[in-house]
Design a protein. Structure first.
Length: 423
């Protein structure tokens, strides 16, 4: 609509400008006609002069008065004509001079030499008057008709552009109308197909609803599964503890206890899943607090322990939380076993941040004695460090040691992995 309105406004403006140019052309043509009449009057006046001299008649004065009146009438009311500036005064002077010469010729009738001289001057003077009129005519043709003709030519070119663009616009509109008509036809066909498909889907949904379990029933079943998995892991944990009663070797006993803690970390995930309202997203803070509390109880920590726990991730899925919990279990267990020997107090650090766009960032460790040799991290010779690297690999994350007091690990997972693991 806006484009069509632009074409209409352009066309109306072009018509208005063309009308003005046409009016000016009509005025210039009328001016040429008036100058032609004036030139003819001057020729007639010249002829009257010669006739009076030959026949002795006295028609000069009426003819001169008629020409002078014409000059006053035409040039006084058309001062804005091209070439008309000063023409009235110039012609008036020329006519006055011609009148004087005509009178001199008539008064010198008995003196042939004076009459011939006056008549010789009369001719060029009359030609000069004709020349002034001709100059005005040429000026009108050059600057009046020429400029307006050029303007009309430009407007004609503009009209051709307007016509071409309007034709192109009409073709585009016609193509759009045809395209819209085809779309409407296809839409109608698809609407009928969708209506039939919708009826078929509704019928099948009714059949499926009769055979499928409801969402609430599914959630109850999933919670029951997690609850039973947690109970089974607790049974495994208890069996391992019973087996430790028959073990006397301290190193073997330590391995059994580590196994118990690892099973407990996995059981805790299923317990939190069972207690969560949303089975796909488990509260991370509750899980980590419970995990650290169980480890403190398992290792019977007696020193003054400060827990620096700062969790800024609200929920995670089971697939992410299980390896993350086992990794934290290994690091904190190592801290309890090795970091605080001979000390009365210590700090456990556990910071977890991240978003779905940026991935997870985990810092976990202690302010204890640290590793005696950092080469042990590059080439681990213990199951715990191997397990830490393996669990970080399951999370598709990098694991590095943070410089500083104690032993602190930093894990960074990639965003795509975290988004894939979140429910």
């Amino acid at each position: 609509m806006l484009l069509a309105a632009s074409f209409i406004a352009w066309d109306m403006g072009l018509m208005a400008r063309t009308t003005k140019v046409q009016h000016r052309l009509d005025g210039h043509v009328a001016q040429l006609e008036q100058l032609g009449k004036l030139n003819a009057a001057l020729h007639h006046l010249d002829a009257v002069h010669r006739n009076d001299l030959q026949t002795g008649e006295r028609n000069w004065s009426p003819a001169l008065s008629s020409v002078a009146a014409m000059v006053d009438r035409e040039l006084s009311s058309n001062q804005d004509w091209f070439g008309a500036e000063g023409l009235r005064a110039t012609l008036a002077k020329d006519l006055a001079a011609c009148d004087s010469l005509h009178a001199a010729v008539r008064s010198s009738a008995g003196r042939a030499e004076q009459a011939e001289m006056a008549n010789a001057v009369f001719g060029p003077l009359m030609q000069r008057a004709h020349g002034h009129v001709e100059d005005a005519v040429r000026t009108v043709r050059k600057y009046g008709l020429g400029q307006e003709t050029l303007a009309l030519s430009q407007q004609w070119n503009e009209a051709q552009w307007l016509l071409g663009l309007a034709s192109l616009f009409a073709l585009v509109c016609a193509a759009l109308v045809g395209y819209v008509a085809r779309l409407l036809t296809h839409s109608h066909e698809r609407s009928e197909l969708l209506a039939r498909t919708g009826a078929e889907l509704e019928r099948r949904n009714k059949e499926l609803q009769e055979t499928m379990l409801s969402k609430e029933e599914k959630e109850v079943m999933l919670k029951e599964i997690h609850h039973r998995v947690k109970n089974n892991l607790q049974i495994v944990r208890s069996l391992i503890r019973f087996q430790t009663d028959k073990v006397n070797d301290p190193r073997t006993l330590e391995l059994f206890n580590e196994c118990v803690n690892r099973v407990g970390a996995m059981a805790l995930v299923h317990e939190q899943t069972y207690l969560s309202k949303d089975l796909a997203n488990i509260n991370v803070a509750n899980y980590l607090n419970s995990l650290v509390r169980d480890l403190v109880s398992a290792y019977n920590i007696r020193l003054r322990l400060k827990m620096d726990v700062d969790v800024h991730v609200e929920t995670l899925g089971v697939d992410t939380l299980t390896p993350l919990g086992l990794l934290i279990n290994e690091v904190v267990s190592n801290s309890f076993k090795h970091a605080f020997k001979g000390r009365e107090e210590g700090t456990i650090l556990l910071h977890l941040t991240g978003t779905g766009e940026g991935g997870l960032v985990l810092r976990v460790g202690d302010d204890g004695v640290g590793l005696p040799d950092h080469g042990m991290w590059q080439k681990p010779n213990s199951l715990g460090m191997d397990l830490i690297r393996t669990l970080a690999g399951q999370l598709n994350a990098s694991m590095e040691l943070v410089p500083g007091p104690g032993l602190v690990y930093e894990m960074r997972s990639t965003p795509d992995t975290e988004m894939r693991r979140r429910a």
